[in-house]
Ligand binder design. Structure first.
Ligand code: UD1
Length: 350
């Protein structure tokens, strides 16, 4: 099986590439490196070699922006001519900052939506019609403290979420145009955190992290003074927001299960929530991090962040029943592995 992984050098992409290679898939990774580092995949190889020196891994890495229609076509054309066509695509490539998406919607629509259109155009041209798409719980938009099911209405409230919802809609239209051929899964991620247990690969955000977990690890490593918690008066048990944090390795394994689900089943389009189904508050996350790693995280409270919700938790029962998958790692594992990565790599990959 030959799989194309777009954006495979990024946080979730690199962890997924590791699992794909462990499982014996041949992979071609394309990445523009605008928000990732080529060291991540070198580290993936190091992890694999440290487990077994003798095994050969089949990975090719190409610097390619999915908006570059010509290069993308050439890649598919070459694979076709060499009689090594792609069996499927795992599509991570895209921009992911909610904040930046509000400042530069042109860029976000261009990369996330035009990039996906380019990709689907060449996939269709070269008869590769199986895709796992990296979507987000952000597409839901309406959160009423109940675990979210996949049939919850789509109503994203920021540009980033709009672009993810637009690609999901686009994929629905593509599927409808040729339901005999397409196999599509939209994976809606909740809050991926942690790192591979080796501490060799992990999240390496540029600049000040927007998300809570890399912020906590940067406080722990001394790069930032304290964590500011956005709001202490939410209608939750301790007044701080609740999220569904999922270990990035559980998420990575979810991609392989989703891929295999598509390869083994009839043509379809399906949306699946990838979360643990368990909500944890910001204070629970901080306390767990402190206990597991024996580190104090100084905190302060500020007002609520615009666009936040009290509670966002997945109903993951559909993913569990469809995929041969369930999240195995707990919050303690996420905190331990995330800190191992950050402490071994205080500057990330830089
Ligand atoms: C954010 C994105 C979401 C994306 C997800 C990826 C927004 C509105 N949503 O979700 O689109 O898919 O990341 O992981 O940005 N918090 C603090 N202090 C901080 C940072 C965060 O208290 O410095 C709190 C937030 O208020 C929130 C929780 O931590 O309650 C999680 O925040 P974050 O990591 O940014 O994730 P989400 O907002 O859930």
């Amino acid at each position: 099986m030959r799989i194309l992984v777009t954006g495979g050098a990024g946080f979730i992409g690199s962890h997924t590439c590791l699992v794909l290679l462990e499982k014996g898939y041949e992979i071609v990774v394309i990445d523009s490196y605008v928000n990732s580092n080529n060291k991540s995949l070198e580290r993936v190889i190091d992890i694999l070699k440290s487990a077994d020196q003798t095994v050969k891994f089949n990975i090719k890495v190409i610097n390619l922006d999915i908006r570059d229609q010509k290069k993308l076509d050439q890649l598919f054309c070459d694979s076709h001519n060499l009689r090594t066509p792609f069996n499927a695509v795992i599509h991570f490539a895209g921009l992911k900052s909610v904040k930046d998406s509000l400042i530069d919607p042109l860029l976000y629509w261009d990369v996330n939506v035009n990039g996906s259109i380019n990709l689907l155009r060449v996939m269709n041209k070269y008869n590769c019609r199986t895709i796992v798409f990296s979507s987000s719980a952000t597409v839901y938009g309406i959160f009423n403290n109940e675990p979210l099911k996949e049939n919850t209405s789509i109503n994203p409230i920021n540009t980033y979420g709009q672009t993810k919802a637009a690609v999901e809609q686009f994929l629905t239209d593509i599927y409808s145009s040729n339901p005999e051929e397409w196999k599509i899964v939209n994976l809606r991620y909740f809050n991926p955190i942690g790192a591979h247990e080796s501490g060799m690969i992990g999240e390496s955000p540029l600049g000040i992290p927007n998300n809570i977990f890399p912020f906590i690890t940067q406080v722990a490593v001394g790069k930032r003074d304290k964590l500011t918690i956005f709001g202490d008066n939410w209608p939750t048990l301790d007044g701080t927001c609740i999220r569904d944090y999922i270990h990035v390795m559980d998420l990575a394994e979810g991609h392989i299960s989703a891929l295999e689900f598509l390869l083994e089943n009839k043509n379809q389009i399906i949306n699946l929530n990838l979360g643990t189904g368990h909500g944890k508050s910001v204070l629970e996350l901080v306390k767990t991090f402190e206990q597991v790693n024996n580190i104090k995280i100084p905190i302060e409270f500020s007002g609520r962040r615009r666009g936040d919700y009290a509670s966002v938790v997945a109903d993951n029962s559909l993913a569990i029943s469809c995929l041969n998958w369930y999240p195995k790692r707990c919050l303690e594992d996420m905190c331990k592995d995330g800190w191992k990565w950050q402490s071994l790599n205080p500057q990330g990959y830089n």
